[in-house]
Design a protein around this ligand. Structure first.
Ligand code: SF4
Length: 370
């Protein structure tokens, strides 16, 4: 635990909080006009709430929760489409555990499993490929979910499937990219974001270059941030120092993991297997240009949407659900009328309540008394 403990040291945390208070005192923000910081990644949301970091900070700092949880931004219609594929005989759907309880129009994948569909939880796409090799008379369809963090493992698995000539394995691709999403957010006039805590895991793959437009074109100070409490506190201090010094740049607090150029080997594998799709549908953000991912022509044989016929679902999110507004920082989970009554972790209406990175799950788990 040594590597973790040093980023949870209470004495060090107090020192950083003292610095934050001192720098914040020089800024023109207050409880009435707070500095609004979007933590893009749901992992950061959970760190902030689990360790009560927001309660250590000056009143005039407000966290706005962002769209960096891939399960949360998954539109219901895409889940429905994936589930439809499981209706065929001798088909096994594979997915990460987080996606199992996300509600679709006809219930979740967990419900589908109970109805007789074959749905398996896997820890990596390679597990799904192993299932394909063990079940040559079945079609194995892997639900590829996630930002650039999970794309390299999907890419490497497809490369392996191709090399090994596995023909009963395919990908339902719901991979998405972070930079177009942030651009789409920044272009929405009614959302006020003063600065960003940028996601550490995605940045480990893409590096800091793809974010430069945030500082250059939108003048928003930002810091790539790790996931321990001291990482988050130090990043907030780095952000405040940018505001105080009237600088605007992409800082990198998570240098122990994130290199400026990202991970070249992972990027190379991704470039071979994936290419940008014209647009992709997001919960809460609608269609975002260039944010989706599809397979390159060399890997099209593994594209489940080309291999099988799907009648695309047109379902929309349930009425009164405010997942989209929470994901875009327009409101907090507790502003949703369903929060904590009709929507709970055991009876979720929206994905933000079931994902381990969901903002509503964080509020429910750590702040129900708010
Ligand atoms: Fe969505 Fe439930 Fe959160 Fe409301 S409480 S925003 S329905 S996840």
């Amino acid at each position: 635990m040594q590597l973790v403990d040093e980023f949870r040291d209470p004495l060090l945390a107090k020192k950083v909080v003292d610095h934050i208070n001192a720098v914040f005192a020089e800024l023109p923000y207050s409880r009435e006009r707070p500095l609004q910081i979007m933590e893009v990644c749901g992992g950061h949301t959970h760190t902030i709430f689990k360790f009560g970091l927001d309660q250590l900070l000056p009143d005039g700092i407000e966290f706005v929760h962002g769209p960096g949880c891939p399960v949360c931004v998954l539109p219901m219609s895409r889940l429905d489409d994936f589930m439809t594929l499981g209706e065929a005989e001798k088909t096994i759907l594979c997915t990460f555990g987080d996606a199992m309880r996300v509600p679709g129009t006809n219930g979740s994948l967990l419900d589908a499993n109970a109805r007789g569909y074959q749905v398996r939880i896997v820890y990596s796409p390679l597990d799904a490929l192993t299932i394909a090799k063990e079940n040559p008379d079945h079609e194995i369809i892997f639900f590829g979910l996630g930002f650039e963090t999970t794309m390299p493992s999907t890419a490497m698995t497809l490369k392996q499937a191709k090399q090994q000539g596995v023909t009963n394995f395919s990908l339902f691709c719901q991979h998405i990219t972070i930079a177009p999403t942030l651009k789409a957010l920044l272009e929405q006039a009614d959302i006020r974001i003063d600065g960003f805590l940028l996601p550490g895991h995605v940045s480990m793959i893409v590096g800091s270059e793809p974010y430069q437009f945030i500082a250059r074109d939108f003048q928003k100070p930002s810091v790539i941030t790790g996931f321990e409490p001291l990482d988050v506190l130090q990043s907030i201090l780095m952000l405040l120092e940018q505001f105080r010094d009237q600088r605007c740049e992409i800082g990198n607090q998570y240098q122990r993991v994130v290199a400026r150029q990202g991970n070249p080997m992972a990027l190379k594998a991704m470039a071979e297997v994936f290419t940008a799709k014209h647009s992709s549908l997001w919960r809460g953000l609608g269609h975002i240009a260039d944010s989706g991912i599809q397979l390159t022509p060399d890997y099209a044989e593994f594209d489940a949407e080309q291999k099988f016929t799907i009648d695309p679902s047109t379902s929309v999110e349930p009425e009164a659900c405010r997942c989209g507004d929470v994901l875009t920082g327009r409101c907090k989970p507790i502003d949703c009328p369903l929060f904590g009554n009709q929507c709970t972790p055991t009876n979720a209406i929206g994905a933000l309540m079931v994902s381990s990175e969901g903002a509503c799950a964080a509020y429910y788990q750590y702040r129900l008394e708010v």
